[in-house]
Design a protein around this ligand. Structure first.
Ligand code: NZQ
Ligand code: ZN
Length: 387
């Protein structure tokens, strides 16, 4: 294993009925901005629970944060926080609302064009940030226990990542009961996103980190085991809890400790959302299998380990096991009713590979992936394979 340092300060409050603990976790006397999405929380009772639990605070509401949160929308919340001198943010939602609140946290005290925080990575250097907590409503991204975020500038169709240790939530409430109201489409998305987060930190090259590999494999096994059952019965709180904790564990910093990581699937896939508005997890399902195919030689040892340990493939040469393992992954996505070709989601997609090439080039992204090999040309070829 490589050397590492690890600190994750987010307090996790897991379990049914735990939203009631909000008041004891928000600093006493805070002026709170409660941020949420398009309104699902008003239909499933989460909004009422949050309002009840925070009635001792002065609350300002900000709704309407869209999936793949827009910089433009978030700037309206920044203005409100500045005007009202708000000093605590409560995110009630999935990855989009939580990521949006990480942006708010960074932007409120930033002097300058706030998009620089994202595009020029200035968020990492921002010292004065607004603290925030979360009530998670969708297991998927791990944003509830990590310090990264993804924000989109709608005006230029740029979907970009940022982060820094100051963007860990102070606390996150994980109540499995929220899964019951999720549409199948979002449950499937959450499973595929968590699965791919695990793969990004596992499917690299052999590095002899036995425990790290087995933690990753246990998350993959759990997701595969519960996936059809949670899809069938999202109101089962036991299954929902396993799903929720798997998604959090997949991207809370544990898996990456001491090991190489990839993340090229995510960086290419973000462009498909930026250009075509496809759900995040679905873009991963489009890109990941082709990235594994394209980089099969580099990833062969781990592909074989993945094939043997996760899918129980024992017959055949290394190459055959790797191929079968990729096919099994595709079938798993299909079993969740997730399509794996760009043409199944977008109509005018033929320019996408060139556009991805140009964007990678403009940003000087020459060496993504565990071997720093994925630059504009490889990204373009992977997107072309994904049509
Ligand atoms: O907006 P509302 O009305 O609340 O509806 C949402 C939204 O339409 C709905 N929903 C959420 N909880 C629900 C619910 N509907 C019914 N019942 C509930 N309990 O689900 C829809 C999607 O929500 P969203 O937050 O967009 O989904 P997700 O959690 O998948 O987040 C996706 C965003 O996170 C980013 C993605 O790029 C994307 O922008 N990611 C963030 C990461 C991070 N911070 O670490 C890592 C990920 O790789 C990812 O990139
Ligand atoms: Zn993801």
């Amino acid at each position: 294993m490589n050397n590492f340092e690890f600190k994750n300060p987010t307090k996790i409050i897991f379990g049914e009925g735990q939203i009631a603990k909000l008041a004891e976790n928000i600093p006493h006397g805070s002026k709170v901005l409660m941020a949420y999405g398009g309104g699902s929380i008003k239909k499933n009772g989460i909004y009422d629970q949050v309002i009840e639990a925070t009635k001792s605070f002065e609350i300002t509401e900000f709704g309407g944060i869209e999936p793949n949160p827009h910089f433009e929308t978030l700037m309206k919340a920044v203005e409100i926080i500045r005007e009202k001198d708000i000093d605590f943010i409560l995110a009630v939602g999935g990855g989009s609302v939580i990521d949006g609140c990480k942006f708010l946290s960074a932007a409120v005290h930033y002097e300058g064009d706030e998009w620089e925080l994202v595009e020029q990575m200035k968020a990492r250097k921002q010292e004065k940030v607004v603290p925030f907590g979360t009530v998670l409503t969708l297991p998927a991204t791990g944003s509830e226990m990590n310090s990264g975020a993804v924000v989109t500038k709608a005006a230029t169709q740029q979907k970009r990542t940022f982060g820094g240790p100051q963007y860990f939530p102070q606390f996150s409430i994980l109540d499995p009961a929220v899964v019951a109201s999720l549409p199948k489409r979002q449950i499937a998305n959450g499973i595929v996103d968590a699965f791919t987060h695990t793969m990004e930190q596992y499917l690299t090259y052999d590095h002899g980190a036995y425990l790290q590999d087995r933690i990753a494999e246990s998350i993959l096994h759990t997701l595969i085991e519960i996936a059809p059952k949670v899809m069938e019965n999202p109101a089962d709180k036991h299954l929902a809890g396993e799903f929720m904790w798997s998604a959090t564990m997949a991207l809370n910093g544990i898996l990456r400790l001491g090991v190489p990581t990839d993340w090229a699937t995510h960086m290419i896939a973000h462009e498909l959302t930026a250009l075509h508005g496809i759900d995040h997890a679905r873009t991963l399902a489009i890109i990941a299998p082709n990235l594994y195919r394209k980089l099969k030689e580099d990833k062969i040892e781990k592909l074989v380990q993945y094939g043997r340990r996760i899918w129980g493939i024992t017959e055949g040469s290394k190459e055959e096991i790797a191929d079968k393992a990729i096919e099994k992954t595709v079938s798993f996505f299909h079993s969740l009713e997730i399509d794996t070709k760009l043409s199944e989601y977008a109509q005018n997609y033929e320019h996408t590979a060139d556009e991805v090439f140009n964007r990678f080039k403009e940003r000087n992204w020459m060496g993504l992936g565990e071997r720093q090999k994925v630059g504009p040309q490889l990204a373009k070829e992977i997107v072309e394979m994904s049509y």
